[in-house]
Design a protein around this ligand. Structure first.
Ligand SMILES: [Zn+2]
Length: 502
């Protein structure tokens, strides 16, 4: 009996766990047996690995080979183990130096000719390898750039099984990753390109400063999309930890670009209104793919024409809005993806969507129903609701608006002030603060809360609406640089609500 051992990683969601692969070459009829919960793709690995070994100049043992993956209860989806499977067999057959696989974890799918192919989720896999205390990892060349984002572990890129074996025998070198360029933000379209719309611009700034979800209502072509696209640009850039978190999700989604994989700016994700539940929150066969809500993690999720979206899709947004993450149940466990995003909803005021409100041909009940389907739990979380009006013709000649850079500086200042205030309670932005805490932790002056109390008494404001107004007034105060919202900020926060259609 000859035993070989190699290590790889099982990735589920953005979590990974090191998997031990044992190869046993024993007596019996030639054949390959896989044990330890393999899925279909992994079963196909048998043939791929065998072909790759013989086509790379290695020899496949002509007796019975048993391959075992452990822990046996772990989900082992896909083709990421190919390289480790091949190496375990070569180790058992003494074709590579004894002990050479002890310190390194191997990732990658093998082509029949022995080339090493890219797999999804290289970054979360390498993060898991480092966390488990390993000192080195070998990945396919196409995943080298993203793997290289992880420091504190030796990362090497390999083109093929042959190259990997040569390296293990001390006959050649593998590729080192290029140094990472941190803090090189993506460029988003500039705020200065937005013509007019001072109120909507201001609302966007307030939304960015307090991390408030926002809904823009207005006729088609008025610039809702244009504004939404500029929100990520005025948000503070991601920290290094956040960048890795976001990049890991996009690594599993398979949406990273080769040479510069690091995502260091808040992402902007805009699914079409015909999108499905599983495209929105994640799912699919095999390894669960992250949905739009997770790809928008730490960035902006923009839902244009949200009134046209299916009720199930809108309903599915509740959990991520509540928990900041999504758990997808799989046959072999639960895949977890973070999903903390800033929501921007955009809607036409009615189904016929005329350029001018006066041209609307919809019946009043149709009009009311149209946005009514958004009501309830979803809209309860939207602190800012803005109705955009057509730009007056004179406004086109107005001076150019402020640049993204200027606005971002104010937003960053306001966010710092909010983070400082809520630090001891564990909240980072005003939008995260629950209603009761808003009312109890800091008491506003009698004068300041009077307009809210009045609106509550005469029924024009609900208790939830009052909390929203308080939240926004804190953000207005942070933007104004005052220590606490006064009557002006509270009044302006209530105004924001009044301008909305609901
Ligand atoms: Zn209409």
């Amino acid at each position: 009996m000859a035993l070989g051992r190699a290590f790889s990683v099982a990735v589920s969601g953005v979590d990974g766990q090191v998997v031990e692969i044992e190869a046993d070459i024993g007596r019996g009829l030639p054949g390959v047996h896989l044990v330890g919960l393999p899925d279909t793709a992994l079963n196909e690995s048998r043939d791929r690995v065998k072909a790759a070994v013989t086509n790379s100049g290695g020899k496949w043992p002509d007796s019975r080979v048993i391959l075992a993956l452990s822990p046996a209860t772990l989900p082992k989806v896909g083709s990421v183990y190919d390289l480790a499977l091949a190496l375990a067999v070569l180790d058992a057959d003494k074709q590579i130096p004894r002990g050479s696989l002890r310190r390194t974890v191997f990732l990658g799918e093998l082509a029949l000719d022995g080339r090493l192919r890219h797999v999804r989720g290289v970054l979360p896999a390498v993060l898991a390898v480092k966390k488990a205390g390993w000192s080195s990892v070998v990945v396919p060349m196409a995943g080298l750039a993203e793997a290289g984002l992880v420091d504190g572990i030796d990362v090497l890129g390999s083109r093929s099984l042959k190259e990997t074996v040569a390296w293990l025998r001390g006959d050649g070198a593998l590729c080192q990753p290029m140094p990472v360029a941190w803090g090189e933000p993506d460029t988003y379209p500039d705020m200065s390109e937005v013509v007019g719309q001072p109120e909507a611009r201001w609302a966007l700034e307030v939304a960015a400063a307090g991390a408030h979800h926002v809904m823009l209502t207005g006729p088609p072509g008025i610039g809702k999309t244009m504004l939404a696209q500029r929100l990520p640009g005025i948000l503070p850039p991601l920290t290094e930890t956040e960048s890795l978190e976001v990049t890991a999700i996009h690594s599993v989604a398979g949406t990273l670009t080769g040479d510069h994989p690091l995502i260091s700016s808040p992402p902007f994700i805009a699914p079409h209104h015909s999108t499905t539940v599983s495209a929105m929150v994640g799912g699919g066969t095999g390894m669960a793919k992250p949905g739009a809500v997770s790809r928008a993690h730490r960035g902006v999720l923009f839902l244009d024409e949200c009134a046209e979206m299916g009720p199930k899709v809108l309903e599915a947004l509740r959990t991520p809005l509540e928990d900041g993450e999504i758990r997808i149940a799989r046959r072999d466990g639960v895949a977890r993806y973070p999903a903390r995003f800033q929501l921007v909803l955009a809607a036409n005021p009615c189904p016929c969507a005329p350029a001018r409100n006066s041209d609307c041909v919809c019946a009043p009940t149709v009009r009311r129903k149209y946005l009514g389907k958004l009501s309830g739990p979803l809209l309860d979380r939207v602190d800012l609701r803005i109705t955009m009006m057509a730009v007056a013709s004179g406004a086109l000649t107005d001076e150019i608006g402020e640049s993204t850079e200027h606005v971002r500086a104010r937003v960053t200042g306001a966010r710092d002030a909010a983070a400082e205030r809520w630090r001891e309670y564990g909240w980072r932005t005003n939008a995260e603060v629950p209603g009761p805490a808003l009312r109890q932790k800091f008491t506003l002056s009698r004068d300041a809360v009077r307009p809210i109390e009045r609106a509550l008494r005469n029924g024009s404001l609900t208790a939830r609406g009052a909390d929203r107004a308080l939240r926004v007034s804190w953000t207005l105060s942070d933007l104004a640089g005052t220590s606490m919202p006064g009557i002006d900020e509270v009044g302006a926060a209530l105004d924001f609500r009044d301008r909305g259609t609901m």
